[in-house]
Design a protein around this ligand. Structure first.
Ligand code: E4P
Length: 217
């Protein structure tokens, strides 16, 4: 399973990358806003740090403008995955980008039917949004399961990139299903290391060790 980090915060990406936890990065207009940085400048910096796919999202809503924006984003670096929304215009742009050999991440996917269209249009990644489905009492994990089944049935090569991850549980659930990639905020990736029994056990070991009066170094 590949780990993408869902942020445009360069320091947070670097901290995780130094531990070998980052196979790629996803950004979106809201994350660029949060970073307070210029999209071209911050995306270039991320691409120089991370050799894997770095998703940068178009903001036009019509295919010709999306294509112009995507081609500009793709010029930032060879590891850019152009991110397009799952609309008919986005699928049109996806097909154009894929035909020219660019990586494409089709985002804002909320149904298996949408995921089929993205695969047919040559998407490199499909991004189903788990958390936002859960927010409206629909089952995001079930959507990943459905897409996995369909893609396997037809040997679609598009990678399932589980997005809008809000919890550690989301990650383990989609890992069991066989999502190819997860993208999660740095805080969720770091939370994977935490367990109350680890904290409790360590506390006891340290107390007992202090009683031995010994030192290792
Ligand atoms: C994915 O590429 C998106 O940037 C992201 O996962 C959206 O997550 P959110 O629903 O927490 O904003």
């Amino acid at each position: 399973m590949k780990f993408f980090v869902d942020t445009a915060d360069v320091a947070a990406i670097k901290e995780l990358a130094d531990l070998g936890m980052v196979d790629g990065v996803t950004t979106n207009p809201s994350l660029i806003l949060k970073s307070g940085r210029d999209i071209l400048e911050v995306t270039k910096e991320i691409c120089e740090m991370i050799p894997g796919p770095v998703s940068a999202e178009v903001v036009a809503t019509e295919a010709p403008e999306m294509i112009a924006e995507g081609l500009k984003l793709a010029k930032i670096a060879s590891n850019i995955a152009i991110k397009v929304p799952l609309t008919w215009a986005g699928l049109t742009a996806c097909k154009a980008f894929a035909s020219e050999g660019h990586m494409v991440n089709v985002t804002l996917c909320f149904s298996a039917a949408q995921a089929i269209l993205a695969a047919k249009a040559g998407a490199t990644f499909i991004s189903p949004f788990l958390g936002r489905l859960d927010d409206i009492n629909l089952d995001g994990v079930q959507l990943i399961d459905d897409i996995r089944t369909i893609y396997d049935n037809y040997d679609f090569k598009t990678e399932i990139l589980a997005a809008s991850i809000r919890s550690v549980n989301h990650i383990t659930e989609v890992a069991k299903i066989g999502a190819d990639v997860i993208t999660a905020p740095p805080s969720v990736i770091k939370a994977m290391a935490s367990h109350p029994l680890t904290d409790k056990g360590l506390d006891q070991f340290l107390k007992d060790w202090a009683k031995t009066g010994q030192k290792i170094v």
